[in-house]
Design a protein around this ligand. Structure first.
Ligand code: MG
Length: 239
């Protein structure tokens, strides 16, 4: 019997009246950097200075944190603040699930659905890595550093019509994003990523974070939601 040390699927919900839930097998978590003007500014960068870039989180970063995802009793969440960081930030992001190989002419047709995710980031080790010209893995790729809501099957038109998505930190609203604020629209992001790698079923794209990133501490509660209530994410930081 194998011991499951990480998660490899997210619940994918389809159908609004009679919901069906099937597992979506995640193969890669692809994270876009600097896709919101106000967040680029808060990190000290000029927005629009360069095309979007991306990095990967390992599959061991995945943490189902939605309504149908795994729920944990108090004190039992596998999410832990990395011991080597004193400044761990939340980054709320819209997650796009790819359903098949995108077509060059209409990349948005490859979208199978969306979710809300947190790109948890050790800001201090990220700054040290940047300074030293080293990779970001310890800052961005630690275990369970990508909590994700359930995925909802949606086409591009439905995703475009989504309202604001919001993150509360200990019940205070800290981040609010909207697809219209993205510097690079999602179809262009898909095209840009496709310049470097073949996207396919199982690839989840975290589309960048709006302004308002901030540090979390033991005992804190993070909750992300959208006007579609099925898009809800809960993360309790263990004491
Ligand atoms: Mg991010």
């Amino acid at each position: 019997m194998s011991h499951q040390s990480h998660f490899s699927t997210l619940p994918l919900i389809s159908g609004s009246s009679a919901e069906s839930i099937e597992p979506y097998a995640v193969r890669r978590i692809i994270c876009i950097g600097r896709n919101y003007e106000e967040h680029a500014k808060e990190m000290g960068h000029a927005p629009n200075e360069a095309p979007p870039f991306f990095f990967y989180k390992p599959i061991t970063a995945l943490l189902p944190a939605g309504i149908h995802g795994t729920t944990y009793a108090a004190g039992e969440s596998p999410f832990q603040l990395p011991h080597y960081s004193q400044n761990i930030h939340h980054e709320l992001e819209l997650a796009i699930a790819i359903g098949h190989k995108p077509n060059e002419d209409a990349p948005e047709q490859a979208i199978l659905g969306c979710g809300l995710a947190l790109d948890m980031t050790c800001r201090d080790t990220q700054a040290e890595s940047k300074k030293g010209g080293r990779p970001w893995d310890t800052a961005k790729g630690f275990d369970y550093s990508a909590p994700c809501s359930d995925l909802i099957a949606m086409n591009w038109n439905e995703i475009e019509a989504l309202g604001d998505f919001t993150l509360t930190h200990n019940e205070q609203c800290v981040q609010k994003g909207n697809i219209t604020q993205m510097i690079w629209p999602i179809p262009q992001l898909i095209t840009e990523v496709m310049r470097s790698t073949q996207l396919d079923y199982g690839d989840i794209i975290l589309t960048g974070t709006p302004a308002g990133v901030g540090a979390v501490n033991k005992g804190d509660t993070l909750k992300a939601y959208c006007d579609d209530e099925r898009l809800t994410l809960n993360l309790n930081i263990e004491k």
